[in-house]
Design a protein around this ligand. Structure first.
Ligand SMILES: [Fe+2]
Ligand SMILES: [Fe+2]
Length: 253
């Protein structure tokens, strides 16, 4: 698969590339369990963010609750370390349609894009878990990286800017994930390389969807916010970091 055209807009959007020092550290065999564990958690967090957006801004109460129920088995596994992986059965049942509670012109667009995103992230979650299972890599809780917290600090605290900033952060997280999958893939074994390349198309679309929504919802030009959040993102990626995680900075440990 020639994925260069897919990555081109991503590389233009991000203000820096993944440092080679991160790739060298992340591709060490002894870090594989940690990396896959963090990847697994990131897939759930991506689904949680989209769920939160739907519930906070558009869905009526029963739809919001139905969508929360989708996530519950995954959350039980990750945060409560339920050994029985109930989500094995859950991931095929994501069919409830969402009823929007308001007349916002972008409500349906947000629901449509975010529901697809949730389904895809939960599918990715299942795929990562399957690989860990097949390799006998156990799941255990890890601390989250500074990355998402660092980006959240950039978010304006009044609406509609808050929502627009959150969507732009979503675009950066998805774009960075896509760029990292592509950067790391050639350094991994054949199975993981194939898997990471297979994720590029959907992650590239997620980035686009977030950005399109931000532009659609914002009453003003989003370019300055895209730039400011992009600068914060590039700093988190290029500065020294004490922990290795999927979105961590330059290894300094
Ligand atoms: Fe994903
Ligand atoms: Fe994604």
């Amino acid at each position: 698969m020639n994925y260069a055209p897919l990555l081109e807009p991503i590389h233009q959007f991000l203000l820096c590339r993944t440092p080679q020092a991160w790739i060298d550290e992340a591709s060490k065999p002894e870090n594989l369990t940690l990396l896959l564990t963090d990847h697994l958690v990131c897939e759930l967090k991506a689904a949680q963010t989209a769920t939160w957006l739907i519930r906070k801004y558009v869905a009526d109460k029963p739809s919001g609750e139905a969508i929360l129920a989708w996530l519950k088995p995954y959350e039980d596994f990750i945060f409560r370390e339920h050994a029985d992986s109930q989500f094995i059965h859950a991931h095929k049942n994501l069919t409830k349609s969402i009823i929007v509670r308001n007349e916002l012109p972008w409500a349906d667009d947000l629901v449509e894009k975010m529901v697809l995103l949730i389904k895809e992230e939960l599918h990715h979650f299942y795929q990562v878990w399957e690989i860990m299972q097949a390799r006998g890599l156990p799941y255990s809780k890890i601390t989250s990286s500074r990355y998402a917290k660092g980006l959240l600090r950039e978010i304006t605290t009044h609406e509609p800017d808050t929502l627009v900033d959150k969507l732009i952060c979503g675009a950066y997280i998805e774009a960075r994930s896509c760029e990292r999958f592509a950067s790391l893939a050639p350094y991994l074994d054949a199975e993981l390389e194939k898997f990471y390349i297979s994720l590029l198309r959907s992650e590239a679309r997620h980035y686009q969807d977030y950005l399109t929504l931000a532009a659609h919802i914002s009453p003003k030009d989003i370019t300055p916010r895209v730039r400011a959040i992009g600068e914060a993102e590039a700093k988190l990626i290029s500065e020294p970091d004490k922990e290795l995680r999927f979105h961590s900075g330059v290894p300094a440990f």
